[in-house]
Ligand binder design. Structure first.
Ligand SMILES: [Fe+2]
Length: 234
C-alpha cells in the first residue's frame, strides 16, 4: 500500500502557488497566473491570495466600484491544521486530522455563498470542479512527496522564497510543540552548528535567505528553524 500523506504535506499544498502550473496544468492554471500570489501572516496563521486571470477585467473599473470577490480566491491557513478556501461561489473548510505520521483524516465542509437556488447551483458546480480535479491532483502530488520522504534520500528540506507561508508554518509548529515531543525518536546527530538554538532534528535557515516579508514576521529572530522530515512528530 502506498504511504498516505502526512497532514503537514496537505497544509503545504494549499499555501504556495508555484506548484500550480506544474500540478494543475489543465485545471487551475488556465484560470490563474504562474506563481503569483500574496502571502500575509497573522500570528501563527496565514492567508494566501490567488488572483484569477479575469482580474484583468477590473483595470477599467473605478477602484471604488471593484468587486474582488469574483476575481480572487483566498486560502486561510488557520494554525495548525485547518484550511479555509474562499472561492468564487463557495467556501471549503478542511480539517486535516492527523491519524499517524503517514495518515490523515480529512473532514470537509462546503458552504454556498447564498441561499437561493442559483447560488446553490453555482456552489455545487464550483465544488464539483474543485473536488474532482484539483484536489485529486494535489493528493497525487503530496502522496509522491510522502513516498520520497520515506526513502530517506533527503535528510532535510529547505524552503525557498516562494514558500514563505510554509516556512512560517513549520517555524510556528516547532515553537508550539513541547521540545521533548519534537525530539523524541528524532535524529541524534547535532543540530546546525551555526545556530545553537536549533533543536536536534532541525536545521536552520539563515535570515538572509528569507524574503523581506518573512524577515518582518520573524519576531526579531535571525533564523527560521526547519524541522527535518524524519524528525517530524505530532
Ligand atoms: Fe494544488
Amino acid at each position: 500500500m502506498p504511504p498516505k500523506p502526512n497532514w503537514k504535506l496537505h497544509v503545504e499544498s494549499f499555501i504556495e502557488g508555484y506548484h500550480i502550473r506544474h500540478a494543475h496544468p489543465e485545471t487551475f492554471f488556465p484560470l490563474g497566473f504562474d506563481n503569483l500570489n500574496v502571502v500575509e501572516l497573522c500570528g501563527p496563521h496565514a492567508r494566501v491570495t490567488y488572483p484569477f486571470r479575469r482580474i484583468e477585467r477590473l483595470r477599467d473599473v473605478p477602484p471604488a466600484d471593484r468587486d474582488p470577490s469574483q476575481v480572487m480566491s483566498y486560502l486561510y491557513h488557520v494554525f495548525p491544521n485547518t484550511i479555509v478556501s474562499v472561492l468564487s461561489h463557495h467556501t471549503n473548510v478542511l480539517l486535516l486530522d492527523p491519524v499517524s505520521t503517514g495518515q490523515t483524516r480529512q473532514i470537509m465542509f462546503q458552504l454556498a455563498h447564498g441561499n437561493d437556488d442559483a447560488a446553490l447551483e453555482d456552489a455545487r458546480r464550483d465544488a464539483d470542479f474543485v473536488t474532482t480535479t484539483g484536489v485529486n491532483e494535489d493528493l497525487a502530488l503530496v502522496t509522491s512527496i510522502q513516498r520520497s520522504l520515506k526513502t530517506g534520500a533527503n535528510d532535510h528540506l529547505t524552503f525557498g522564497k516562494f514558500e514563505a507561508a510554509i516556512a512560517h508554518f513549520h517555524k510556528t509548529l516547532s515553537e508550539a510543540l513541547p521540545r521533548h515531543r519534537l525530539t523524541r525518536g528524532s535524529i541524534a546527530e547535532p543540530a546546525h552548528a551555526a545556530h545553537p538554538d536549533a533543536l536536534p532534528g532541525q536545521t536552520a535557515l539563515l535570515c538572509d535567505q528569507l524574503t523581506p516579508a518573512m524577515r518582518n514576521n520573524d519576531c526579531g529572530k535571525q533564523t527560521v528553524m526547519i524541522t527535518r522530515p524524519s524528525a517530524s512528530r505530532w
